[in-house]
Design a protein around this ligand. Structure first.
Ligand code: PMP
Length: 299
C-alpha cells in the first residue's frame, strides 16, 4: 500500500505517497504510542468529520499526549488530502504518534506527529448485498478491563487483540471475531459495535470497555426516530439463543447484519428482520445525503 501515486499530509504539508516514511526507532512503532481514526467520505464530504477529529484528540489525551493541530485544522487538512487525491467516495485515516527523539519506555518529550492519508473506497456492497449477513466466531482474546488499558482511546495498541482475533477467525473461515470482554460479556466486533434484536426491542452492550462508536450513536438516533426501544446493558453470549436479529455498526461496515455466530458450545443463526433492514436503509440514506424517507421493511 506504500508504493503508489498520490499525496499524504504529514506534519503540516502534502508529501508524495511513497515518501511518507518514518524512522525505525519511532516510539509509536515500538511502544504503540499512537492513536488513529477511520472516517468515510461520501460524495466528497466526510461523514461526522468534526466528531472524528475530536475523538482523535480525546484518544491522544487518554494516551498522555496532545496533538499539535486543532480539530478544525485537522478538518481542513483532511479536506486538502481529499482534494489533492481527487477522492469523492473514500476512506480517511489520520494517525498521530510519538516520534523518534528518545528510545525507551519513557519518551515524554518526543515530538508528536500527525499524518492523514485517504484513498478511494466506493461502497462495495449495495444495501441488498449487505443483507446477506456475515459469519462470526469467538475472538481468541478479550477486551480488557478499563483498569488494564485506556479502553476508550482509539489507540493502536488495543488493535493487537483485534488483529489477532480477526486473523484467527478468518483462518477458521469466518468473516470476523466476536469480542467478549474480560467478564465474558458481549463487547463488540474487531472494528465495529454490536446490536441484538429481541422480540422487537434493540439491545446493545454498555460501552464501558470499548469504543462508543460514532456509527453506534448515529444508528441509535435513527432507531429512536423510528420509535424503536433501545436498551444499553450487560449482555451475556447465552442470550444469542433468544435473539432474532444481530447487526454490527461502524464507519467501515456501516450497518451490517450477522447471520451466524459460532461459539465454543453453540452455533446461533439470525435473519435480518424489519428492524435491521430499516436501519441498513436509514443509515445508507443518511450518509448518502438522501432525503429522510427511510425505506420500509423489505422482509
Ligand atoms: N469498535 C472498534 C474496535 C472499532 O475499531 C470501531 C471503528 N472505529 C468501532 C467500534 C466503531 O466505531 P465508529 O462507529 O466510530 O467507526
Amino acid at each position: 500500500f506504500d508504493d503508489r501515486d498520490g499525496s499524504i499530509w504529514l506534519d503540516g504539508a502534502l508529501v508524495p505517497w511513497r515518501d511518507a516514511k518514518l524512522h525505525v526507532l519511532t516510539h509509536g512503532l515500538h511502544y504503540a504510542s499512537a492513536v488513529f481514526e477511520g472516517e468515510r467520505c461520501y460524495g466528497g464530504r466526510i461523514f461526522k468529520m468534526r466528531e472524528h477529529h475530536e475523538r482523535l484528540h480525546a484518544s491522544a489525551e487518554l494516551m498522555g499526549f496532545e496533538i499539535p493541530w486543532s480539530a478544525a485544522e485537522i478538518d481542513a487538512a483532511s479536506e486538502e488530502v481529499l482534494k489533492a487525491n481527487g477522492i469523492v467516495d473514500g476512506y480517511v485515516r489520520p494517525i498521530a504518534w510519538r516520534g523518534a527523539e528518545m528510545m525507551g519506555v519513557s519518551a515524554q518529550h518526543n515530538k508528536i506527529h500527525l499524518a492523514i492519508a485517504a484513498w478511494e473506497w466506493p461502497a462495495y456492497f449495495s444495501p441488498e448485498a449487505r443483507l446477506q449477513g456475515i459469519r462470526m466466531t469467538e475472538g481468541m482474546y478479550r477486551r480488557p478491563d478499563p483498569r488494564t488499558a485506556p479502553v476508550h482511546s482509539k489507540a493502536a495498541g488495543l488493535y493487537m487483540i483485534c488483529t489477532l482475533s480477526k486473523h484467527d477467525a478468518e483462518g477458521k473461515g469466518f468473516n470476523d471475531a466476536l469480542m467478549l470482554d474480560w467478564r465474558g460479556q458481549i463487547a463488540e466486533a474487531t472494528g465495529a459495535n454490536i446490536f441484538l434484536v429481541q422480540d422487537g426491542v434493540i439491545h446493545t452492550p454498555t460501552p464501558d470497555c470499548f469504543l462508543d462508536g460514532i456509527t453506534r450513536r448515529t444508528v441509535m438516533d435513527l432507531a429512536r426516530q423510528r420509535g424503536y426501544e433501545i436498551v444499553e446493558r450487560a449482555i451475556m453470549p447465552e442470550e444469542f439463543g433468544r435473539t432474532q436479529e444481530v447487526f454490527l455498526t461502524g464507519t467501515a461496515v456501516e450497518v451490517t447484519p450477522v447471520r451466524e455466530i459460532a461459539l465454543a458450545d453453540a452455533i446461533y443463526h439470525f435473519t435480518p428482520g424489519e428492524i435491521t433492514v430499516n436501519l441498513v436503509h436509514d443509515y445508507d440514506a443518511l450518509v448518502q445525503g438522501k432525503a429522510a424517507t427511510p425505506a420500509t421493511s423489505a422482509a
